[in-house]
Design a protein around this ligand. Structure first.
Ligand code: HEM
Length: 474
C-alpha cells in the first residue's frame, strides 16, 4: 500500500535536488578544468590541480550519495514512515561538511585525494599543515555521520513496517515458499543499501577517527594495509550504494510511463540478496596490486568482480527492456534519461570486469582506464537517473531544447568516457597533473566531449532550478 508524502517532505526533496543540480554542475566544471589542463590548454599549477582533483573526487562521491539518498527517500516514503527531520539534518550536515572540506582544500591546501589514504594526510611533505588535514577529515566524518543517521532512520522505518530485514528483502517469498506479495522493489533496494552502507560508513568513520588522532599523536597509528582495506571497503561500498539508491528511479518512474508496475519477482529478490553479499566482499579488487594482501582475498576480489554487479544489473537492464517493449510509452525526458542510464550503468560495468582480472590489473590499474570505468557508470548511469528524477519531480515532459541537451549529453558523455578508456589502453597514468605531449591529443578530445556533456547538464539543471520556486509552493 502506498501513501502520498507530506508537503514538507516534498520540499526537502526539492532542496536536495536543487543542491545536487548546482553542485554537480560546479564539480563538472572542475573536471573540465583538469582535463583541459592535462591537454595542455590550461596550465593549472600542480598543487592547484591536486586540490581541484581532491575537491572534484570527494565532492562527486558526496553529491552522488545525496542524489541517491533523495531518490530513495522520496519513493521509500510512499511505503514506510520516514523522519523528515533526520532527512533535513543530513542535508545540513552535508552542507557544513562541504564548507569545511572546501576551506581545507582551497584555503589550507589539502590535496590528499578523496581516498585520504592513511598515512598521507599526516605526511604532506610540507604541502599542507595538520590543521588543514584535520578540517578535511572532520568534514568527511561529519558527512558520514549524516548518512549514518539517514540510514538508521530508514532502517527504523523499514523494520517497524516489515518486522525484520529478511522480510524486507523478500526472503519468505524467495526461500520459504510464501505466496504473500513480496515487498516493493524500492523497499528491497533500500534494505540492501541500509545493510551495506551502515557497514561501509562504520569502517569509514573508524579510519577517519584513527587518521585524525594520528595527525596530532603520530605514535598512535594503524597498519597501513589495514587502513587501506578500511578506506577502500568504505569507498567501494559507498559509491556503489549511490547507484543502488538511484536505480529506484527506474523501478518507480518507468512504470508511470509504461503502465506496467515493476514487481519484485523471485529473480529480482535473488539478485538483490546476492548483490548485498557481493558488494561487501568484492572490494579487494581495488587492492590487486598490493602484494602483501592475503592471496585468498585477491582471488576473491577477482572472482566476485565477475559476479558483483551482475545480478542487479541483469534484472534491471532486462526489466527495462521487457517493461518498455511494446508498452506504447511516450519518450518524454524522464523515460529517455532512464533508458540511457540503464545502458550507461551496464556499459560502465564492462571495463571494471576487465580491470578486476588480476593479470590485467597489474598492467592497467593505475591508468586512466579506471576513471574510464567509473565515469561511464556514474556520469552515464547515475547522472541520467538523477536528471530523470528532476524532470519527473518538475512534471516536465521536455521540449526541443531538452531533446537537444539529451543528445549533447549522450554524445559528449560517452565521447568523454571513451577518451579515458582509450588513454588507459595507451598506458596514460591516472592522477597525473602533467601529461606527455603524445597523450595530449586524447586529453584535448576528452575536454571537448566533456564540454558538450556539461552543456547538456546545464540545460537539465537550469530547467529544474527554474521550477524550484513553483515546486516549493505547490
Ligand atoms: C563532465 C563531467 C566530468 C568531467 C569533465 C570529469 C573529469 C575528471 C578528471 C579529468 C579526473 C581526473 C582523471 C585522472 O585521474 O587523471 C576525474 C576524476 C574523478 N572524477 Fe570526474 N569528471 C566528470 C564527472 C564526474 C562524475 C559525474 C563523477 C561522480 C559522480 C566523477 C567522479 C570522479 C572521481 C571520484 C574521480 C577520482 C579523483 C581521484 O582520482 O582522486 N566525475 N574526473
Amino acid at each position: 500500500m502506498t501513501t502520498t508524502i507530506s508537503k514538507g517532505a516534498r520540499q526537502s526533496v526539492v532542496a536536495y535536488a536543487a543542491t545536487a543540480a548546482a553542485v554537480l554542475l560546479l564539480l563538472m566544471v572542475f573536471g573540465l578544468l583538469m582535463r583541459a589542463s592535462q591537454a595542455g590548454g590550461l596550465a593549472l599549477p600542480a598543487d592547484l590541480f591536486y586540490q581541484v582533483m581532491t575537491a572534484h573526487g570527494i565532492g562527486m562521491v558526496g553529491i552522488a550519495g545525496m542524489c541517491g539518498a533523495a531518490i530513495m527517500w522520496y519513493f521509500l516514503g510512499h511505503y514506510v514512515d520516514l523522519s523528515t527531520k533526520i532527512f533535513v539534518l543530513n542535508l545540513i550536515l552535508f552542507l557544513v561538511g562541504v564548507v569545511m572540506i572546501l576551506s581545507a582544500i582551497f584555503i589550507g591546501g589539502f590535496a590528499g585525494a578523496w581516498t585520504f589514504l592513511y598515512p598521507l594526510p599526516a605526511k604532506s611533505g610540507g604541502v599542507w599543515e595538520a590543521g588543514a588535514a584535520a578540517l578535511h577529515l572532520s568534514g568527511v566524518l561529519l558527512i558520514g555521520v549524516g548518512f549514518l543517521l539517514f540510514h538508521l532512520d530508514t532502517g527504523r522505518a523499514i523494520l517497524s513496517k516489515y518486522g525484520s530485514i529478511g522480510r524486507a528483502l523478500g526472503w519468505p517469498q524467495l526461500f520459504g515458499g510464501s505466496t504473500e506479495e513480496a515487498p516493493p522493489p524500492t523497499v528491497v533496494a533500500s534494505t540492501m543499501v541500509l545493510i551495506v552502507n551502515v557497514l561501509g560508513l562504520l569502517s569509514g568513520a573508524s579510519i577517519l577517527a584513527i587518521s585524525l588522532v594520528n595527525l596530532f599523536v603520530p605514535e598512535f597509528g594503524i597498519d597501513p594495509l589495514l587502513g587501506k582495506n578500511m578506506i577502500f571497503f568504505f569507498g567501494h561500498v559507498f559509491i556503489n550504494a549511490t547507484i543502488y539508491m538511484s536505480v529506484i528511479a527506474i523501478y518507480e518512474i518507468l512504470p508511470k510511463y509504461t503502465g506496467r508496475p515493476w514487481k519484485a519477482n523471485k529473480p529480482f529478490l535473488a539478485a538483490w540478496t546476492c548483490s548485498t553479499l557481493f558488494v561487501v566482499i568484492v572490494y579487494p579488487h581495488h587492492l590487486l596490486m598490493d602484494f602483501a594482501m592475503p592471496t585468498w582475498m585477491l582471488v576473491m576480489g577477482q572472482v566476485i568482480s565477475y559476479l558483483s554487479g551482475i545480478p542487479v544489473l541483469v534484472v534491471t537492464a532486462f526489466g527495462v527492456l521487457s517493461y518498455t517493449h511494446r508498452s506504447g510509452l511516450k519518450w518524454d525526458m524522464a523515460p529517455s534519461l532512464l533508458f540511457l542510464a540503464a545502458f550507461g550503468w551496464a556499459a560502465g560495468a564492462i571495463p571494471a570486469i576487465v580491470d578486476g582480472t588480476i593479470v590485467v590489473n597489474l598492467v592497467l590499474h593505475n591508468t586512466q582506464w579506471v576513471p574510464g570505468h567509473f565515469h561511464t557508470y556514474l556520469l552515464m548511469g547515475l547522472v541520467p537517473m538523477v536528471m530523470a528524477f528532476m524532470y519527473y519531480l518538475a512534471g516536465n515532459a521536455g521540449t526541443g531544447l531538452d531533446r537537444g541537451a539529451f543528445w549533447a549529453f549522450l554524445v559528449g558523455g560517452f565521447g568523454f568516457t571513451f577518451t579515458f578508456l582509450w588513454a588507459g589502453k595507451e598506458s596514460v597514468p591516472r592522477r597525473f597533473a602533467e601529461h606527455l605531449p603524445e597523450w595530449m591529443g586524447i586529453d584535448a578530445l576528452g575536454a571537448v566531449f566533456a564540454a558538450l556533456a556539461i552543456l547538456g547538464v546545464v540545460v537539465f539543471a537550469v530547467r529544474f532550478l527554474g521550477r524550484v520556486g513553483h515546486l516549493v509552493k505547490a
